[in-house]
Design a protein around this ligand. Structure first.
Ligand SMILES: Cc1cc2nc3c(=O)[nH]c(=O)nc-3n(C[C@H](O)[C@H](O)[C@H](O)COP(=O)(O)OP(=O)(O)OC[C@H]3O[C@@H](n4cnc5c(N)ncnc54)[C@H](O)[C@@H]3O)c2cc1C
Length: 425
């Protein structure tokens, strides 16, 4: 299906793992899901001396981690003041520190481990198209600047110079952020995890979990059964019925992306000349950047069901031409999509429904930095058992009431929000 091909490439040194598994051995940890979270957890746990096996139902990078926009953005959906108010002075302060450092965790890993990942670290722009969005940007800027972050407000001329498009009232530049090739990053994570003696098996779906004799038994699609002291379920937006109720705690949304052909130099230099990434402030937002080989890519919400033809990406092309009319004649060469896990409170959730079992969901479309960093914290937690090593409190699994209908509600809300966005143009 050529119309769902992404623009990203695995790193040149990417390994192919295959489905081989060693049964009848007690691992310290079995990680289910070979995305950024699973691999980061596995890497750090193995480096702390734990024996670790990763199970990935598809191929490494075929989940959201290898398909995303590659924007490495620190912070959470909420600003520092809200986090302090919501979580209290002590936990809130720790959470603000965590949120501030998530992009560092990606770029530090790339630098320290010499990962073959194309990247630019020149910031992320949150573009404001209304006065309300501008006010929010001002509050965000004040709160982060107070904490020493390298951020600044942009006026309409400043944002036009950085983006190459007019029409925004202003925005916010967060210089802690940057862009990477997410598939290279994911495959490089797998490579260094394997070098740290993590076992990685692809096309091995975990089909059942049960406790027996003080250990976890993990059944797999190949029929091999694994044993582990601890299990980490890192399946996020692709969660299935493995952990009862888990998939019903999130609304999995589709994010669609398009990439142009490689742009002629004169056109490429007129768009985002300093290489930042952008997300706009609309209710149904679009996000965009350039790739290292000079394509323009833009993403946004897509249909809830699977795409059927190229027309399902037409709204993104429309948004692209609205921003940059001179791209109208440039062909779109790639179209793809992936799943994003949204929780009702827009925060990541960490659950431990039974001793030795941990599950994490909910990245709200900002998981590249978040999940890289969270993996290190989860590994610390596996080693010490100390809940204080986790940035978020452990919470019970609470399925969303009327979950099946929620999907329909979201589809209706998206249509309504698109209408409101159109009125504000
Ligand atoms: C189109 C798109 C654009 C995005 N853009 C950005 C962005 O620009 N910046 C950003 O920060 N975030 C972005 N995100 C979000 C980001 O990609 C995710 O938050 C992040 O990759 C989540 O990583 P993960 O390891 O938790 O999950 P995933 O990478 O989705 O990994 C979960 C894995 O679990 C596997 N799995 C599921 N069930 C089983 C099972 N039973 N047994 C074995 N394996 C199983 C799946 O196959 C999958 O590979 C975007 C997401 C999408 C989809």
């Amino acid at each position: 299906m050529r119309f769902t091909e992404s623009v990203w490439r695995p790193s040149g040194s990417a390994l192919s793992f295959g489905p081989d598994l060693e049964g009848n051995r007690l691992f310290d940890v079995v990680v289910i899901g070979g995305g950024i979270l699973g691999l980061s957890t596995a890497l750090h746990a193995a480096r702390s001396g734990l024996s670790v096996q990763v199970l990935e139902a598809r191929l490494i990078g075929e989940g959201a981690s290898g398909l995303n926009g590659g924007q490495v953005i620190p912070g959470l959906k909420y600003d520092p003041d809200w986090l302090l108010e919501h979580f209290g002075p002590e936990a809130g302060k720790a959470l603000v520190r965590f949120a501030a450092s998530t992009a560092d965790s990606v770029f530090d890993l790339i630098a320290n481990e010499r990962l073959a990942v194309p990247f630019t670290r020149n910031g992320w722009i949150q573009a404001a198209h209304t006065q309300t969005a501008l006010k929010n940007a001002e509050a965000r800027d004040r709160q982060w600047r107070l904490r020493g972050a390298d951020v600044r407000l942009l006026d309409s001329a400043g944002i036009a110079a950085l983006t190459g498009t007019s029409g925004y009232l202003g925005g916010w530049l967060d210089r802690r952020a940057g862009v990477i090739d997410p598939l290279s990053f994911t495959t490089e994570l797998a490579r260094i995890a394997a070098a740290a003696r993590v076992g990685i098996a692809e096309q091995q779906q975990a089909t059942k979990l049960r406790q027996e004799g003080g250990a976890w038994r993990i059944s797999t699609s190949s029929g091999v059964e694994l044993k582990a002291t601890s299990v980490v379920v890192a399946t996020n937006a692709y969660s299935d019925g493995l952990v009862p109720g888990l998939a019903r705690t999130i609304v999995p949304l589709h994010s669609f992306q398009i990439a142009t052909a490689v742009l002629p130099a004169g056109i490429a230099s007129a768009i985002l000349p300093e290489g930042q990434a952008v997300s706009d402030s609309r209710r149904i937002l679009v996000y965009y950047r350039k790739t290292p080989d000079g394509r323009f890519i833009l993403g946004g919400r897509g249909r809830m069901s699977l795409p059927r033809h190229e027309g399902d990406w037409a709204h993104l092309r429309h948004a692209m031409v609205r921003l940059y009319p001179f791209l109208a004649g440039i062909p779109i060469e790639k179209r793809w999509f992936g799943r994003v896990a949204v929780t009702p409170d827009h925060l990541p959730h960490i659950h431990s429904p039974e001793p030795g079992l941990i599950a994490v969901v909910g990245c709200q479309g900002r998981g590249v930095g978040l999940m890289t960093s969270l993996g290190k914290h989860l590994a610390d937690h596996l080693l010490t058992g100390d809940p204080a090593s986790l940035p978020f409190p452990l919470t019970p699994i609470r399925p969303i009431p009327f979950h099946a209908f929620r999907q329909l509600g979201v589809a209706a809300a998206i249509t309504w929000y698109r209408t409101l966005d159109a009125l504000e143009r």
